[in-house]
Design a protein around this ligand. Structure first.
Ligand SMILES: [Zn+2]
Length: 241
């Protein structure tokens, strides 16, 4: 009997922290647990500072940013968000900083097309292009919504010019696949440089898009966030992170 009480107590203690954390999430219409307001986000990062979204432009040197989703020059032909900044969760941001340091030794820098993407943007994309080949279904959300995926390429630090890659960003043909080989040797090498350096620092490739990499979501600890860029900028300013 005593043993049973002891086990019960252990189970109760073991479930307490996750229950407390679960309260900071809101279930959306698809049953996804998301952070959809500033208060819950603040609560979350107070409990676990590794969950915070870090502004990469303040964290990584020589970062180029080309937010095509903030323009009409993207596959939806609509402006998908305003005032964007590139954010990733702290451990992913740290890893990407190491990527940038390694690349600098080769005279190369990172150009970011997209990183953290608010969940409402995924909903917007799906409304315009409801096709899982091109956009993430809001029923699942994406690594971008969790702040662990990043779309990027490389540029020469000396000239600012982009390295030649197999395709442009968001090209949804076979040519964008990691294993597409009908390409000039120099282009394959450029793709390999990006892939190797990202993998060396813990990112995983997406086989169909040479530009898309994700940081592992260990124990599913990174949930979907739906804060806009103005809200995030305010939080970063207040928290001075
Ligand atoms: Zn992506």
């Amino acid at each position: 009997m005593q043993k049973q009480i002891f086990i019960g107590l252990i189970i109760l203690l073991g479930t307490l922290p996750s229950n407390t954390i679960a309260q900071t999430y809101t279930k959306n219409k698809y049953g996804l647990e998301i952070i959809d307001n500033v208060e819950n986000y603040q609560l979350l990062i107070e409990k676990d500072s590794t969950l915070k979204l870090v502004p990469l432009d303040q964290y990584i040197d020589h970062l180029k940013i080309d937010f095509v989703y903030a323009t009409t020059k993207n596959f939806t032909h609509t402006i998908l968000y305003k005032n964007p900044k590139p954010y990733l969760r702290l451990p992913a941001a740290k890893a990407l900083r190491q990527v940038a340091i390694a690349l600098k030794k080769r005279g190369l820098g990172i150009v970011i097309f997209d990183a953290y993407r608010p969940y409402f943007v995924t909903e917007k994309m799906w409304k315009v292009v409801p096709d899982a080949r091109y956009a993430a279904n809001p029923k699942n959300g994406s690594g971008h919504n969790k702040g662990i995926s990043v779309d990027l390429s490389l540029y020469y630090l000396s000239t600012g010019k982009l390295l030649q890659m197999p395709t442009g960003f968001d090209n949804f043909t076979n040519k964008a696949s990691q294993d597409y080989m009908q390409l000039p040797a120099a282009v394959i090498e450029n793709r390999n440089i990006l892939k190797r350096v990202m993998e060396q620092h813990g990112f995983k490739i997406l086989s169909t898009e040479w530009w898309h990499f994700s940081f592992p979501n260990s124990n599913g600890k990174y949930h979907i966030i739906n804060l806009n860029f103005d809200e995030l900028a305010r939080i970063v300013k207040e928290n001075k992170n």
